[in-house]
Design a protein around this ligand. Structure first.
Ligand code: DAH
Length: 345
């Protein structure tokens, strides 16, 4: 018996087999028509209710046959188009074209110098300590033996926070000494790197912000000779094995006695140049034995413990080492300047 819908399905199968979608777009049209959620075969399935019972099985088989034909055609064409697409894409890929440039950063000369200093002290057991850049009057000045009317405050004028006479931007890393001593008992062996601020007119030689590294060593029986030997070790690691040091008497409120340390000029080998102003020596840091009053201010028994401290400016050392003639260059973020310094650390 011939049922019209059977003929229709057979015609569809013929159509499916004859189809040759030539692009992904045409294939998609094919998919929608024969395999999509509202495909023609589904439409024809609805006819099943009009099919006599004895033919229902044949009808189902025929529909399935059409569906399989559509699936097979789809898979075949898709494979072919995908492969062709890959070839086409590969054909357009120019392996000789220059890559997108990826600009590598470089370490800041201040970081390079700071890391060098930290590494040198870490090797002899110092650990890094940090403190806040917004500091209170007590830690920055008073605990460090510089009370309110002390003339040494004049040399370290700074920026105070609005509506506060006690909160300020720290003028040196020395307050980290006070913070560490308040929070732990000796033995103390710390190195404190960080940024500091001063109310200075900005010029080639001075800036309102710069960096320092502070050192503090407190234990029983620590002597001036220990300080001298530690600093000699540092100078030789930093500036070369032949470096000599000299300590000149100086004054800092928080150390007694105090000294300033020079190293033999590493630019001219102490022969005399414009960096060392033809003296053969370059000033590097301030140091001294921690004043017993500072120990007491911070809760450490000055009868039992002694110690030494030192502090140095980082930019100054970077300026000397790299022969930079203007401190402002360190803060301008000009990559043409910054990328000239590379280092493994
Ligand atoms: N804080 C001093 C300054 O900024 C530097 C200094 C000198 C630090 C002597 C010290 C020290 O720890 O003992 O000028």
């Amino acid at each position: 018996m011939s049922v019209p819908v059977f003929e229709e399905i057979k015609a569809l199968i013929g159509e499916i087999e004859a189809q040759a979608p030539a692009s992904q777009e045409e294939l998609e049209q094919f998919r929608i028509r024969f395999l999509g959620s509202k495909n023609v075969l589904k439409g024809l399935m609805g006819e099943i209710k009009n099919i006599p019972n004895e033919l229902k099985r044949d009808f189902g088989q025929l529909i399935n046959q059409a569906k399989e034909a559509a699936e097979q055609k789809f898979a075949e064409v898709k494979d072919r188009l995908d492969a062709a697409g890959d070839d086409a894409a590969a054909g357009h890929l120019d392996l000789t074209a220059p890559g997108e440039p990826y600009i590598l950063g470089s370490r800041h000369p201040v970081s390079i110098t700071m890391n060098r200093i930290i590494r040198i002290f870490e090797r002899i057991g110092f650990v890094v300590a940090e403190g806040p850049e917004i500091e209170d009057d007590w830690h920055n000045f008073t605990a460090m033996n510089t009370p309110e009317d002390h003339p040494a405050r004049d040399m370290q004028d700074t920026y105070y926070l609005r509506n506060s006479t006690t909160m300020l931007l720290r003028t040196h890393t020395s307050p980290v000494q006070a913070r560490v001593m308040e929070s732990q008992q000796p033995p103390i062996r710390i190195i404190a790197p960080g940024r500091v601020y001063r109310n200075e007119t900005i010029s080639a030689r001075s800036h309102c912000q710069f960096h320092q590294v502070e050192g503090l060593y407190i234990d029983e029986n620590v002597s001036f000779a220990d300080m001298k030997q530690t600093l000699l070790y540092f100078a030789r690691e930093m500036y070369g094995a032949n470096t000599s040091i000299r300590l000149r008497p100086s004054f800092f409120p928080f150390t007694e006695p105090s000294a300033e340390m020079d190293v033999s000029c590493f630019i001219c080998d102490a022969k005399g140049c414009n960096i060392c102003k033809y003296t053969g020596w370059v000033e590097i840091l301030g140091c001294g034995m921690v004043d017993p009053q500072v120990l007491e201010n911070c809760g450490i028994d000055s009868k039992k413990y002694t110690g030494f401290a030192f502090g140095m400016g980082i930019e100054r050392q970077a300026i000397l080492r790299y022969k930079v003639n203007d401190i402002r260059l360190f803060f301008e973020n000009d990559s043409r300047f910054l990328k000239q310094f590379s280092s493994a650390i």
